[in-house]
Design a protein around this ligand. Structure first.
Ligand SMILES: NC(=O)c1ccc[n+]([C@@H]2O[C@H](COP(=O)([O-])OP(=O)(O)OC[C@H]3O[C@@H](n4cnc5c(N)ncnc54)[C@H](OP(=O)(O)O)[C@@H]3O)[C@@H](O)[C@H]2O)c1
Length: 369
């Protein structure tokens, strides 16, 4: 079976006949390849696999965190590789003898459910590109034939996380909600979920190329921030233009970047929910903002003084994903796909586009032929 993997420098010399693809992630050169791996042994009758399914992956995609899985291999001296992929769609090929709700032939995606009391909370697979996967049956969910592979392969993590973050906010119609990193896949799902709720939505982006597609979503406002200029001045001017004194809620996938800058604009008793950080590795060469924002002491001081609720969020519940799937089926949730790749020769472009393409709007998908 095949898998997309980041390959260490030391291993490359042993793969000399194998097609390797060079990519550049955050300014660091790395190597990836479609590697052949032994197929996993699935025994539907054995106790070890009684609650599991064997899934053949037909398409997959990459998430922001995997940039750092790739980067982590650029400094090691070991002969090693790291299988990539967080989201997939596939077909069930075999089911364990205790599995009731799935059958051979079902199309499934991962369910990263973190419901209290559930076994194996978190991502269903951190090796989503591996063509064959043995997964706990409760960590995949059946999808309808209406959802094409290119949508399904980039749906589960973004939709589940976004729905969870929005569902955890006590939103009232007419309230002002800011979504940072607006063109991240997570935030695109957040924006779409918020559009169903009658709130005033403000999208903050650093990408001038995304202004047109964000405006086309008919949000209340799109705030383009220039990283080289003072953040507070630009954001204050935007809020003034919008007639918004303070934000009621913030949804932020990059808290190390935005919490120190945006918190002063949140009202007393407001809410701030976040699911991630931008700097996930010391190796990352990020293009940072020139304005630093509040220190950690100032952040906690402000949270206390203004009684602001700060919510940390990891993935979501099974109900969050199921709600998103329902909205997709009802056509209230539309999903943007930026690019689809299908050929092994395009692997480098697939990874480069997933991680580094500044004009990307939506998910980048790789389909196995
Ligand atoms: N905990 C969880 O359950 C969970 C689940 C999913 C995602 N996440 C987290 O959510 C974040 C987004 O993930 P994703 O896969 O949706 O990302 P993505 O699609 O790769 O996001 C790319 C966009 O994010 C913004 N961005 C990228 N690098 C940035 C930086 N250094 N500083 C500020 N903004 C930056 C830019 O948006 P603009 O151009 O619009 O500014 C960029 O276009 C990550 O931190 C990820 O780890 C967490």
């Amino acid at each position: 079976m095949r898998c997309l993997a980041a390959v260490s420098q030391a291993l490359q010399s042993e793969l000399n006949a194998w097609p390797l693809h060079r990519v550049e992630v955050d300014g660091v050169a790395a190597t990836i390849a479609l590697l052949p791996l032994p197929e996993p042994d699935f025994d539907a009758g054995c106790n070890q696999h009684q609650d599991a399914v064997l899934v053949r992956v037909t398409a997959f995609s990459l998430n922001y965190r995997e940039k750092y899985r790739v980067l982590s291999l650029t400094e090691t001296q070991d002969k090693t590789y790291r299988v990539l992929g967080s989201e997939f769609v596939g077909i069930v090929e075999a089911v364990g003898h205790c599995v009731q709700h799935l059958k051979v032939g079902d199309r499934v995606i991962g369910d990263g459910c973190v419901d209290p009391g559930l076994d194996a909370p978190g991502l269903s697979s951190t090796r989503a590109s591996a063509e064959l996967q043995i997964l706990p049956a409760h960590k995949v969910v059946r999808i309808s034939s209406e959802m094409p592979d290119e949508v399904a392969a980039g749906f589960s993590v973004g939709a589940q996380t976004a729905y969870s973050m929005v569902n955890r906010l006590p939103l009232q119609p007419g309230q002002h909600v800011l979504v940072t990193g607006a063109t991240s896949n997570t935030s695109l799902f957040v924006l779409k979920k918020l559009q169903m709720l009658g709130v005033k939505i403000h999208a903050l982006t650093t990408n001038p190329g995304s202004i047109a597609p964000l405006r086309a979503m008919q949000l209340n406002g799109v705030c383009l921030i220039d990283k080289e200029q003072d953040f507070a001045e630009q954001f204050q001017a935007y809020l003034f233009e919008q007639g918004c004194a303070y934000l009621d809620h913030v949804v932020d996938p990059f808290f190390d970047v935005y919490l120190p800058k945006v918190l002063p604009f949140v009202r007393r008793f407001g809410f701030y929910v976040t699911c991630g950080v931008a700097r996930q590795s010391a190796l990352a060469k990020l293009h940072s903002y020139s304005s630093a924002g509040l220190s950690i002491d100032q952040i906690f001081n402000l949270l206390l003084r203004k009684s602001i609720t700060l919510i940390g969020n990891n993935l979501g519940t099974a109900a969050d994903l199921s709600q998103a799937l329902q909205d997709y089926e009802n056509e209230t949730l539309r999903v943007d796909i930026a690019q689809i790749f299908e050929h092994d020769t395009q692997l480098g472009d697939f990874v480069q586009s997933s991680f580094c393409h500044t004009q990307r709007f939506g998910k980048v998908i790789f389909k196995y032929q």
